[in-house]
Design a protein around this ligand. Structure first.
Ligand code: ADP
Length: 247
């Protein structure tokens, strides 16, 4: 494989907190249109890896290349602008605004000196909002205040607020936590829809859900890569079984 085939190239990624290596020489490679799921026991370093990629935490060493750009040299806002979106575990939508308005304020405005004033509700924006609302199953809720949505619908809305910025890589931390079974099924459908035009990295504990969404699974343990491949492949790996079942 040529490295040009990857949208994200993570090499020798390392971070120390007071001498403790939470992520220790990690390598992994994400292809376009991939849903990569990172699994591993608590404390394995999963959240820290996403924090490093999005610039929230500064790496001690290594390289993270996104479409040929070195993310480790960029600020968090520059990384967002380069096309990397990150959703955290708790939904942070604007409760007093409608679904439409939440999507509207997330629409990229560019860096016009007129800022929000220059922003008009033109047809292109409306069309894009309608398109996103359908992907996130909220096309019939556009005029509802976000406060009245279910927990799952708020999670989808937050994904929509990222999608409207058109990231090529979307990172999600436990997207189905707290969701009903029906919402989990729809979230799997949502992720399978969005990888048609982008890549996704998901941290997930629910193995049934991982099976439904993962193109490939990366297993972390003590900040290092323990195993990688299809869900079936990593599940059959004796190292993975040992880490999950203990001894
Ligand atoms: P996971 O998401 O797999 O549960 P984390 O990435 O949250 O694991 O944490 C990995 C390890 O790094 C844990 O031992 C955690 O306590 C430690 N850690 C994470 N962030 C910090 C920090 N800012 N300062 C010190 N230790 C941290």
């Amino acid at each position: 494989d040529s490295k040009d085939a990857f949208i994200l190239t993570v090499e020798d990624l390392t971070v120390s907190f007071d001498g403790f290596k939470a992520v220790n020489g990690l390598n992994f490679y994400v292809e376009p249109n991939e849903c990569r799921v990172i699994i591993g026991p608590n404390g394995a370093g999963k959240t820290t890896v996403l924090d490093l990629i999005c610039g929230r935490t500064k790496a001690t060493g290594g390289s993270v290349q996104f479409k040929g750009q070195e993310l480790l040299k960029m600020r968090e806002d520059q990384i967002v602008h380069a096309g990397v979106g990150r959703k955290f575990q708790n939904p942070s939508v604007y409760e007093d605004l409608t679904v439409f308005e939440n999507l509207e304020i997330s629409y990229p405005r560019g860096y016009s000196v007129f800022g929000a004033l220059a922003f008009r509700r033109d047809q292109a924006v409306r069309d894009r909002i309608a398109e996103i609302a359908e992907i996130i199953f909220l096309q019939n809720h556009l005029q509802e205040k976000a406060a009245y949505l279910s927990h799952g619908q708020k999670q989808w809305l937050e994904i929509g607020m990222l999608l409207i910025q058109d990231p090529e890589l979307l990172m999600l931390d436990e997207p189905v936590a707290g969701m009903s079974v029906a919402e989990r099924v729809k979230t799997a459908e949502l992720l399978n829809r969005i990888i048609a035009d982008r890549s996704v990295i998901v941290i997930e504990h629910d193995m049934k859900f991982v099976e439904d969404i993962a193109t490939r699974v990366t297993v972390l343990h003590q900040g290092k890569l323990l195993a990688e491949g299809s869900m079936a492949h990593v599940q059959a790996d004796p190292k993975v079984i040992e880490v999950y079942l203990g001894h």
